[in-house]
Ligand binder design. Sequence first.
Ligand code: AKG
Ligand code: FE2
Length: 306
Amino acid sequence: MSSKHFEIKPVAGRIGAKLIGVDLSSNLSDEVIADIRKALVFYKVIFFRNQNLDADGQLAFARRFGETTTAHPTVPSLANQPHVLDLDYSRTESRANNWHTDVTFVDRPPLGSVLRAVTIPPIGGDTVWANSVTAYQDLPVHLRDLADTLWAVHSNKYDYAEAAVELSEQQKEYRKTFTSTVYETLHPIVRVHPESGERGLFIGGFVRQIKGLSQTESNDIIRLLQSYVTRLENTVRWKWKEGDVAFWDNRATQHYAIADYGTQPRRVQRVTIAGDLPVSIDGTPSQAVKGDSSAYTPALAAVGVV
Ligand SMILES: O=C(O)CCC(=O)C(=O)O
Ligand SMILES: [Fe+2]
């Protein structure tokens, strides 16, 4: 795709593009916002270099695409910024180095997120995104037919028996906060994107079990489907610079923050745009099983802004 408002430079073959010539702190016209939205849906993650945004500017930009959610259903926000999640990795040992789609344990997972690089180590700390639509398209037809019929329970609750190593006290504390309210939601494994109509694999790190299968059967099938998402062909890796902004479509991607920078400081801040209720290929909506996420997701009327 192209736009008369900015230059678009794809970063990888199947996902990701840099948008050049947009100042996110300026008062962007509705036409520019509409083209950014098209680029987001088409490329699934878009990047802007050299931005001069503070948290308020980031929030104002994100709000052009819909209501923003509170920072997280369970994790506290940045001080005095209830809609900004502060990921300051020098203050926490927790890392987002697992493949996930954000907040899929609630029934209305985010439409997308705007992430701003505040402090970035000189080497390491890249983030990788994967295209869950091309992952679905890569499936052999028999696996696609199977995936089309499956539903999975997503939860923020961890299975501690699965942890390979003992957690530090600080990690245990973080997990306690993360799971202070337990959510569980049933989502279709194949989700129809509300704007593009594309089908994609809607799985990621919060999937706990496929409905109707044993835990081992479920793990095997998820591992198989997930291997298509994380095929390198379906990914894009971003080397951050301070001042960068990444904006991803959380309905069609997973991401992974690479934890290869040791104890060097790294800080990014996230603003999240509220999403709608996912639907399966036959139009059946996701269903909350446990936990009330209404305080996280803004009023339904405001959410339907697709
Ligand atoms: O630290 C990052 O690059 C991304 C962290 C993450 O998973 C998120 O912001 O949702
Ligand atoms: Fe994330």
